[in-house]
Design a protein around this ligand. Structure first.
Ligand SMILES: Cc1ncc(COP(=O)(O)O)c(C=O)c1O
Length: 405
């Protein structure tokens, strides 16, 4: 992803939305939600996939907790900390649909999945299947195990617009050999928004004695699902993406029977081998971030996952439906709305992704991120619950003008 130097002067672009674009039936509910976010007026933020800001009610409670914990200091840490953390773990387990005994709070998806990858006793020649569209840090972590233990990375390429689930399941199945130990899949591919048929892949893999680790960075609090329905062995996610926590909150689910043989990254002999908390000894840690998960869940539940998923899918299909009709514009996200939700990716023939995102920002004040890798060439568009169709119309107008050249 190419970063763009950001030097815009403050300017209220939202005030400039032409009258004809303020056409949304923007009901009171979503208006109230939008008002809960403090948005920078300089640009339209369509890059919420990296870190999506906390709503103000969550931020305010989080700041209160930071102050409280700073006042109570070690007293807090030696007393109430553990009880609070347990309550939050239980609440998260309930939200995610797994047992609290299979769940730990981490800092992010990277920490969660690297805990899995580095905790398996790899033998030389063990094979792991992954996709070139998987997240770079995870691919790198496997590369490191490859150098260290002789593990073999088998890399597939996920098609941009599959017509059936079987197309995806077969892709992974064909790469399995007697040496395959694990498949890594994204629940939702971050560069395209593609939702994979996780349960079908897990069922197929388990029938062949292969474990599945799911990178759920973008799925938690974005789409409605329960981990227990997926039949996976490991699931990692970041809560600062779609749950709206402060930066630095994530989860790791590890299937109960896998815990005993899993090696922790940090030494921890205070727990039974079968206790998931043995994987969670990360030293003194900003506990206020953990507590904020509780406030973020309150806010998330006020919206409700079904309503949130519907809204995000509506926003995405709203703009992709119009964009695909513009000459020279192509969409890098599956056409079937059930195979994606809020995230999608768009390109323009003859325009490099980095140039497209630069023009969008500098000329049209639309903030996106360029993706130019792994068969995906375009900009990723990630609206959020506060996004309006008027903003998307402004983006569509920009796309049409750029495509015209
Ligand atoms: C698919 C995917 N996996 C993992 C990550 C890493 O997330 P974090 O930086 O929160 O660990 C990201 C971040 O964007 C991602 O998109």
């Amino acid at each position: 992803m190419t970063a763009i130097p950001f030097t815009l002067k403050a300017k209220n672009i939202l005030a400039e939305i032409p009258q004809e674009f303020t056409n949304e039936k923007f009901d009171d509910f979503w208006l109230q939600i939008r008002n809960d976010y403090k948005l920078k007026p300089d640009y339209i933020n369509l890059e919420n996939g990296y870190f999506s800001m906390m709503a103000q009610p969550v931020l305010n409670k989080y700041l209160d907790d930071v102050r409280l914990i700073n006042t109570e200091a070690s007293y807090y840490m030696r007393t109430i900390q553990f009880e609070n953390k347990k309550k939050i773990n239980d609440r998260l387990a309930n939200l995610l649909g797994c047992s609290p005994e299979e769940l730990i709070i981490t800092r992010n998806t990277t920490e969660s999945l690297d805990t899995v990858i580095s905790g398996i006793d790899w033998k030389e020649g063990d094979e792991v299947i992954m996709a070139e569209q998987d997240y770079g840090s995870m691919l790198d972590m496997f590369k490191q195990q490859s150098k260290r233990y002789g593990l073999v990375q088998k890399i597939v390429s996920v098609p941009l617009d599959p017509k059936t689930d079987e197309e995806i399941v077969d892709l992974y199945e064909k790469s399995i050999t007697p040496k395959t130990r694990l498949i890594m899949i994204c629940h939702m591919i971050n560069i395209t928004g593609h939702i994979l048929p996780v349960k079908k892949i897990c069922d197929m893999a388990h029938a062949k004695g292969v474990e599945v680790m799911v990178d759920g960075a973008h799925a938690v609090a974005h789409i409605d699902f329960k981990i227990s329905e997926l039949n996976c062995d490991y699931y990692g996610s970041s809560l600062h993406k779609w749950l709206g926590t402060p930066m630095g909150a994530g989860i790791l689910f590890i299937r109960k029977e896998k815990i005993k043989t899993h090696w922790p990254i940090y030494g921890e002999f205070g727990f039974e081998e079968t206790d998931v908390r043995k994987l969670n000894h990360t030293g003194t840690h900003p506990v206020s971030t953990d507590i904020a998960i509780h406030h973020a869940i309150d806010y998330h539940e006020k919206i409700g996952i079904k309503r949130k998923e519907d809204r995000l899918r509506f926003l995405q299909t709203y703009w992709t439906g119009k964009a695909k009709k513009i000459k020279k514009v192509y969409i890098n996200t599956p056409a079937d709305p059930a195979r994606s939700c809020g995230i999608a990716n768009v390109g323009i023939e003859g325009v490099k992704p980095a140039d497209l995102s630069k023009i969008l920002l500098e000329k049209y004040k639309v903030w996106t991120v360029a993706i130019d890798t792994a068969n995906v060439h375009g900009v990723r568009i990630t609206p959020h619950v506060y996004t309006t169709t008027a903003e998307l119309d402004l983006f569509l107008k920009a796309l049409a003008e750029i495509a015209q050249g």
